[in-house]
Write a protein that binds this ligand. Sequence first.
Ligand SMILES: Nc1nc2c(ncn2[C@@H]2O[C@H](COP(=O)(O)OP(=O)(O)OP(=O)(O)O)[C@@H](O)[C@H]2O)c(=O)[nH]1
Ligand SMILES: [Mg+2]
Length: 451
Amino acid sequence: MILRNSLADTIAAIATPSGFGGIGIIRLSGPKAIEVADHCWVSLKKLKELPDRQLTRGKVLDDQAMAVVMRAPDSYTGEEVVEFHCHGSPVLLQSILTGLFKNGARPAEPGEFTKRAFLNGKLDLVQAEAVADLIASETEKGAELAARQLSGFLSGVIGKIKNDLMVMRAQIEAMIDFPEDEDVQGLYSEEMSGRVEDLKNRVTRLLATFEEGRRFREGVQVVICGRPNVGKSSLLNALLEEDRAIVHPTPGTTRDLVDGAINLNGLPVRFIDTAGIREGLGSIESEGIRRSWEKVRSADLILFLVDRSLPFQEEDFSLYEKIADKKPLIIFNKKDLPAASTASPLTPLLEISAQEKEGIGELKALLYERLIGSSKSSSAELLLTNPRHKNCLGETLLALERVSEGVAQKISFEFLAADLLGAANHLAEITGEITHDEILGEIFARFCLGK
Ligand SMILES: Nc1nc2c(ncn2[C@@H]2O[C@H](COP(=O)(O)OP(=O)(O)OP(=O)(O)O)[C@@H](O)[C@H]2O)c(=O)[nH]1
Ligand SMILES: [Mg+2]
């Protein structure tokens, strides 16, 4: 556990990934960073004589290197910082680090540089968490979301809500201090309920983006289901653009679950092909059907496939009714064949030909829209991705609900002011204006060494 008073220490770590590399960077931060580093630096000028941010050539432990100095507060950590850019040899970097430790630095803990940046006010907690998310992001979209959070966008939105809360609280406290005018208080209560509603809506909207954020982070499962032989396996193959599942004219070809994943505009989507569902069968196929149902129940979205070349089948409809509550997308397949003459009570969202790969692009676009919604709510705006932020916002909403109940029941202004402060404090926890040591410890332990 890193203690606040350890800010007096000078810390050092290798900032580049372990292993061999073109360059290896060692980073020092703390009140004596320049003094400690100067012990290992040989050049015409000592580090303490160098101007800020100028890469300078010299030697570190007899080896060619470059050094750069950043003085407080204009550095990542807000402290004095020195970086050595050396040859990327793990052995060399380790011996330089040992030299620095002998001369007064101590090993940095994971995330300690960023923690110092937070403690010195260079970043708020949301931004510090975004640094870890950015480094760990595996998709372009993940990196984009983290970068937006790092820019302070989310902090700004939260700050505005908090500010409005604090203004309300100040006004209420003024009423407590000057209680004589009851008419004014009555009027104010009315106006207040509108303002609390507005704040609740803003928090609710932000909370609603978490599900979308989760989908981008963890991916979604789309299950393809339908009666035997409608072309489910053919559709899986068309979506994955590979020959994944066995396709055959015999109904009941697929017995087990077959799956594969794609990246749909940054959204990781896993498609699952299931056994065609029908009644009265042997035990192997029944087991396949049991597994199909299991997947259908846990799916984020269901594609319900119908063979439109066959006359309307009662079974299609009864199967659809069983899953209707999951709002499946109804897709008619085999549009390359003549359509059956009998009208179906089911209305397709889209007609495709899995075999001829017709309509697959449109299907993907519809899927994305259904899973993520229109671009208005997502890409352009911000998404909540961090469960910690979501929990704090949930607490904020509960406190605001107490305020609106209190307003309705005309409870005393003192209680309302207390609940408003409670709501604001939960927001302050998100950005780290209010912090708990255990939470900080947990957050920064997720970081890699040297960041
Ligand atoms: N003409 C035409 N035939 C198709 C199309 N899609 C699939 N088929 C054919 O329909 C038959 C069944 O296809 P599959 O993809 O195996 O169907 P399935 O739904 O997975 O079947 P089960 O696994 O048995 O439930 C195969 O002969 C496919 O070639 C299509 O779009 N047009
Ligand atoms: Mg199949």
